[in-house]
Design a protein around this ligand. Sequence first.
Ligand code: MG
Length: 376
Amino acid sequence: MLAAYAVHVEQSRGRRFPEAQHPYRNDFQRDRDRVVHARAFRRLEAKTQVFTPRFSDHFRNRLTHTIEVAQISRTIAAQLGLNVDLTEALALVHDIGHPPFGHAGEKALDAAMRRHGFSFDHNLHALRIVEDFELRYAAFRGLNLTFEVREGIVKHSRDYSADEHPELAEYLLNQRPPLEAQLIDFTDEIAYNAADLDDGYEARLLNLAEIREAIPAFDRHYRDVEWEWPDAAEKLLFNESLKRILDDFVGGIIRNTAAGIQKAGIASLDDVRTHPLRLVGFNQEVAALRQQIKGFLRSHLYLSEALDPEKEKAEQVIRELFEFWMAKPEQLPGSYREKSSEEPLPRVICDYLAGMTDNYISQQYDFYCGGMRAST
Ligand code: MG
């Protein structure tokens, strides 16, 4: 049952290029499937989330992270009476604009662009992918997604001003996005907080005593599960505790958002859009838990020396390849050479690099910059 404040597919603002209805699937289901069939989506498999395969083949990559976000999002959306199809499409597309080498790669690409007076933004890059780069359909470039999915991409975890981004004016920048889109910012965080604790523990970069000390709710859950299963292995007790943390997040967001909707008297999608604040959120207790986990992961995992080699490699590979093609644009593939007659060269190189997987960019680096390094 869809709530009155959910996005109803029959009221979608539609696609850029009108298309006939599909006999079995509604427009948001089709958008979800278009994302799944996109090349950029498949490439997420070979893009780093936090850990490269140097650590283990078991850890999350961008694709499995994305699937976890979709799964958590569906649960919450259904409980809140939101449009599950739209939510799923938004979750599956939310990281499609991420460059190789995780956060370090994103930082390095942005720095390379800034040296030439531009910048890199993964939301805007995702929009370019679905609007322009994906070539699958005879009638149009891109995936021709509905307005609501494109709007969700633009409004993922930030607000753009119409002054700074006149090209985004059609996306109702002075309005809040629908709850389906607001939800993804939170489920993204829920998924990576839980996953990074899990992978960090498995990689032995985080230890149980430190986790229990830094995150009191985790410690409480751990004591409960230890009492329930006194003979279980530590790893299993860890898993049981982490599952309960995940439930704390999910339950917290469902209850707090439902209460906020009721308190604000939200009765329609227009009410959601014109409400002064985003309505999806954690209550105080879960917000505090989130802060504890984020702070802990930052100091003990994201900034740990164990991950330095990956960060250095990302920085070096992206910086050197970027400058190589700036100096020798004739070495770019034909389609990118053509694009550079219409767009600034740094943007064309950035688009090319951002689309690469970790493997492919490493091969390109060895091919174009390996010789250069050996000769200096
Ligand atoms: Mg994400």
